[in-house]
Design a protein around this ligand. Sequence first.
Ligand SMILES: [Fe+2]
Length: 236
Amino acid sequence: MSQFEAVDPDFTPEQNKTWAELYRRQLPRIQRWAASEYLEGFGPVGIPSDGVPSLDYLTSKIEPMTGWKVIRTHTRYSEADEWYSQMNRKLFLVTDYMREWEELDWTPEPDMFHDIFGHLPYFMLPRYVELFEIFAPAYLSASTDEQRESVKRLAWFSTEFGVKLEDGEKKIFGTGLMSGGDEMDRVMQPDFPLVPFTVENVISKHKVMYEHHDQLFVFESMDEIRADMQSYFETF
Ligand SMILES: [Fe+2]
């Protein structure tokens, strides 16, 4: 048992109601469609179903596993420089913004449900963190805007919006899809356009934030894409 309260006392009943409803809607989707790595962390991290979890509670779960901690930000969408310098210190920023009830199945801006439900299970896994940790050093050592943009796109289309094949079956890998019901449903349609995840393919594709994606990238092995991206970052 953790010594911390699982549910944060600072949030309103409305916010906890939104949380509980989002959890209720996403649970069957992730059970069916989430990548094996996500599901491996989901049970052990123990995200509460009935209200917004406290960050102390979440840190008490992930820190012993991977050394990561969560910290609160009041910024709705952090600037890349700030984001990557915190990431480089194994600090994961969680916003205090929560989507409105009308936006339950899709919110263009990442909210605390995305940050926690989408990302936190992965922080239980040393193998996943090895992938997550390649982006900050690459971003911080990049010397051109073009290189920084490439890091952002590669991170976006792998960790936030990646799609995975497991034994030939399509699975959701990206955290942005884990927390967004509508887009997850669309991506799981058999005719949703998928392109192989290669560094070349991804860095030539623009990331979209305020609309759904018209195409995403698919890979079979997390370790393989990590190695490919790592070799590319070494050319910076
Ligand atoms: Fe995210």
